[in-house]
Design a protein around this ligand. Structure first.
Ligand SMILES: *Cc1c(COP(=O)(O)O)cnc(C)c1O
Length: 433
């Protein structure tokens, strides 16, 4: 191995593996993809996405064959049409957070009844589009938004199916930027205001109360905070029933973490069973449950390939300067996130410790710190676990075209998004006369 796993712990991967000193995506060598399509380059494994989805799907059906829950993929984590279409064919619905994501879901032929629309600041245009499309549910995050939806539904002469997003005030024990269920977060309706807001919603002329939802954060590595949130949400369902407000579905959000190397989150089966068994134990097996996983379906199904441009030794640090940057993968700059980094071909070289950095003019532009790697200039590196919140967060900062995306299926590779051209980046700009 050319990887020192002490400084560079590796996740378990379903779609990527090292064989005979070379890394592969399923049956295609990463080196052949780098040569053919250039770098930086995103590569996804269809098999990895499929296996993760099927793990959820199996756990959603009980021993008697009854479906206990449905999976709505949180498409903000990876919204490439090929990824969405792959999940749609497997039977997934979608969780959307913008009008743009609604357009993507409709573009791949998703059933409107398989769409739930979340987000803290939906515009009138977005609400109108969601009602026109006929989504399953709009997840409401504030009282003024509830009234706005009622107004728009009344103008359109339809009724809006809604759920209120409860902020359960539980600590998901994750990075503060991806924690969403604490009372000082911007998300959801404060726990003590939820009952009053449902009463208000039930009186509105063009609103149908259909569900209740929560989403407590992302990259969560233990089940306990979920069970706390479920208990708090079910307590509300009990109260609502006494007041005659009937809840049909319980949407528990997403957030299950993945292993980027060092973490040991519960696996998908264990997590889903724990959650659904808890709902049943509390006597709510009759409710339809919606789960909205994003990261746990696609995070470990993608890598970012990059080329070593320069090795720059220094007094304090050695830098490995690569052709990918925070523009392709923002998670390290944004959350100080760890991604394992591996050379895609074994070399007979000694290890050196490097900070792996991009060419962008920001000190925050780093991809990995203090990694022991046996590499030379011109080598390719794979940045692992880049399938979720990778390409979707990419930008054109420094006028950098965004990379191509490839999906591998067995021994075939498909271009699922073309690399951008520099000229595209300023095609819509004008100078003054
Ligand atoms: C982001 C988000 C998800 C998915 O979160 P993951 O951590 O990627 O599973 C699900 N539901 C809502 C409302 C979200 O905002």
């Amino acid at each position: 191995m050319t990887v020192d796993t002490q400084s560079n712990p590796l996740p378990h991967l379903a779609g990527f593996s090292e064989r005979g000193g070379k890394w592969y995506a399923e049956d295609v060598s990463l080196a052949s993809l780098a040569e053919q399509y250039g770098t930086p380059l995103y590569i996804y494994s269809k098999r990895a996405i499929t296996e993760a989805y099927q793990a959820y799907d199996r756990a959603c059906v009980d021993a008697a064959g009854k479906r206990r829950a449905r999976i709505h993929f949180a498409m903000k984590s990876n919204s490439n049409l090929a990824v969405l279409d792959c999940l749609r064919r497997l039977g997934a619905g979608f969780d959307l957070v913008s009008g743009g994501e609604l357009a993507r879901a409709l573009a791949i032929g998703a059933e409107p009844s398989s769409l739930v629309f979340a987000g803290v600041g939906k515009s009138a245009t977005e609400i109108t589009a969601a009602l026109k499309a006929g989504v399953k549910c709009i997840n409401v995050e504030s009282i003024p938004e509830l009234h706005q939806i009622n107004r728009i539904a009344s103008q359109q002469g339809c009724r809006a199916p809604i759920s209120l997003r409860v902020n359960p005030d539980v600590d998901a024990q994750t990075h503060p930027y991806i924690s969403t269920g604490l009372k000082d977060n911007k998300f959801g309706i404060a726990y003590h205001e939820v009952l009053k807001t449902y009463r208000e919603a039930a009186l509105l002329s063009h609103i149908d109360v259909v569900g209740i939802d929560c989403h407590i954060g992302s990259q969560i590595t233990s089940i306990a905070p979920y069970l706390d949130a479920v208990d708090k949400v079910l307590d509300l369902v009990v109260h609502l029933k006494k007041e005659g407000v009937v809840i049909h579905h319980l949407d528990l959000g997403g957030g299950l973490g993945i292993s980027y190397g060092a973490e040991t989150p519960p696996d998908i089966t264990e997590f889903t069973n724990a959650l659904l068994n808890h709902v049943a134990k509390r006597g709510f097996a009759h409710l339809d449950v919606v789960l909205e996983p994003g990261r746990s379906l696609v995070g470990n199904a993608g890598v970012l390939l990059t080329r070593v441009e320069y090795l720059k030794p220094g007094a304090e640090k050695n830098f490995c300067i690569v052709d990918a940057a925070m523009t392709e993968l923002m998670r390290p700059a944004l959350y100080e996130a760890y991604h394992a980094i591996v050379p895609i071909q074994t070399k007979e070289l000694s290890h050196q410790t490097y900070d792996v950095v991009g060419p962008v003019c920001e000190s925050g532009d780093w991809l990995g710190r203090d990694r022991a790697l046996a590499i030379a200039e011109g080598d390719y590196l794979a940045i692992l676990s880049a399938g979720a919140y990778g390409f979707v967060m990419s930008s054109n900062y420094n006028t950098r075209p965004r990379p191509a995306e490839i999906m591998v299926d067995g021994d075939k590779a498909y271009v699922i998004r073309d690399r951008e051209n520099v000229s595209d980046l300023f095609a819509g700009e004008r100078t003054l006369p």
